[in-house]
Design a protein around this ligand. Structure first.
Ligand SMILES: C[S@@+](CC[C@H](N)C(=O)[O-])C[C@H]1O[C@@H](n2cnc3c(N)ncnc32)[C@H](O)[C@@H]1O
Length: 389
């Protein structure tokens, strides 16, 4: 949709979730989706203006505003599941989450109910992540246990597997689960460093298969995958957009959402991902695509420093976390000087900061897309094309 076409900035609607206004998850359910999109376009444009970055017209891309999330992360307290209250860390037990895929909410409600009747949560249960593929064919769960308060005894893995079995009886799509310990174990032989997460028990299948534009992606439990099941295909189309050539780099590649289809269009694709288990998924996906493609399990900055003497690729795709690229990576990219770069960003402020450094160094933004990947929330997602003059 072209920027601001037919949008009504004051359109108010009835929020669909009865927790809206109290729950910290959503901020915009009282506004029509068109109004939300217009606000996000404004937010991105203002960030770019403040940073002094000339911007083309912003094209918008939207899909259904509810039931879109294929992953939710819930808190577990007193045997209940919930989110945090608005602007606070206080626990809010919840009975619905209409932005989640219906299967995720079915599983959350079943666990809430199971726990209330059978007290199946392992001691120290703190956070629960539920994930499903775009078609809701399979469900994965990750349970985070706070190891600073729990003694991990022989019973904990068994308790966890009982929880998974109990869930599968109620939600047959339940395919696999992992129990993660975070922090330092209070006792036991296995020491876990502060903030490090270790999977201490597992049940069933190790991951999910996502299908995007006809391509299958094997994604291990715990690896990143895009959360909006209705717009992931559009993201891939915008990144590919008829591009082809000799060499492409995909930085911050995850399990290979962009790298895999790039292998059909570029002679040699090099994809960089540091996080496990995504780096392992990426390596397997690129191995199947052919020996000429490479997966590098290392930080992007290290890769770019080592690539100093290489011929610049025709295309660099980069999709960093919210912190953006930062000064060091941006300077390496400027020095490498690829003719075209596609920057996928989930944070307008860090995007504007990085864009400023690139436009100061011979790059121009030729296309800018806003995808409403996170309806009902303030989060923005953009895809920008930079060309070197
Ligand atoms: C926003 S996700 C994008 C993943 C992928 N492009 C996709 O769309 O599925 C960012 C990814 O960058 C990885 N990452 C974060 N910091 C990194 C770094 N310094 N070097 C390499 N990868 C990094 C994360 O593990 C994560 O998988």
């Amino acid at each position: 949709m072209p920027e601001a076409a037919g949008l009504n900035a004051t359109a108010e609607v009835t929020p669909r979730c009865h927790h809206f206004g109290v729950c910290g998850g959503c901020q915009l359910q009282h506004l029509s989706q068109q109004t939300q999109t217009l606000r996000k376009v404004d937010a991105v444009r203002i960030r770019l203006q403040q940073a002094g970055v000339p911007s083309p017209t912003i094209e918008t891309h939207t899909a259904a505003g509810y039931e879109y999330r294929n992953r939710i992360r819930l808190r577990v307290e007193g045997g209940r599941v919930g989110y945090s209250r608005f602007n606070s860390h206080d626990f809010l037990p919840i009975q619905e989450c209409p932005i989640a895929s219906p299967l995720l909410w079915q599983a959350a409600a079943a666990l809430d109910n199971l726990a209330a009747t059978t007290n199946l949560w392992p001691v120290g249960s703190k956070e629960l992540e539920l994930m499903t593929d775009g078609d809701e064919a399979a469900l994965q769960l990750l349970l985070h246990v706070d190891a600073t308060v729990v003694t991990l005894d022989r019973d904990t893995p068994r308790q966890f597997r009982d929880l998974c079995e109990g869930l599968r009886q109620r939600v047959p799509q339940t395919a696999g689960g992992g129990l993660l310990v975070q922090g330092e174990l209070a006792s036991g032989s296995r020491r876990v460093q502060e903030r490090q997460r270790v999977e201490v028990a597992r049940w069933g299948a190790p991951g999910l298969t996502f299908r995007v534009n006809g391509q299958a992606y094997a994604v291990s439990r715990g690896a990143f995958f895009q959360v909006n099941r209705f717009l992931t295909g559009r993201m891939v189309e915008l990144v590919l957009n008829g591009r082809s050539g000799r060499a492409a780099w995909d930085l911050f590649a995850g399990a290979g959402l962009f790298s895999v289809p790039l292998t059909d269009r570029f002679d040699q694709v090099t994809a960089v991902e540091v996080g496990q288990p995504a780096a392992t998924d990426l390596a397997a996906a690129l191995r199947s695509a052919g020996q000429q493609h490479r997966a590098m399990a290392q930080p992007v900055l290290d890769f770019l420093k080592r690539a100093r003497l290489a011929t610049p690729p025709d295309l660099i795709v980069m999709d960093p976390p919210r912190a953006g690229l930062g000064g060091a990576i941006t300077q390496e990219l400027i020095r490498i000087g690829a003719p075209e770069m596609v920057y996928v960003s989930c944070d307008a402020a860090t995007f504007a900061r990085d864009a400023r450094a690139l436009v100061d160094s011979r790059y121009t933004i030729t296309d800018l897309h806003l995808l409403d990947l996170f309806p009902q929330t303030n989060h923005t997602e953009t895809i920008a094309v930079f060309r070197r003059g």
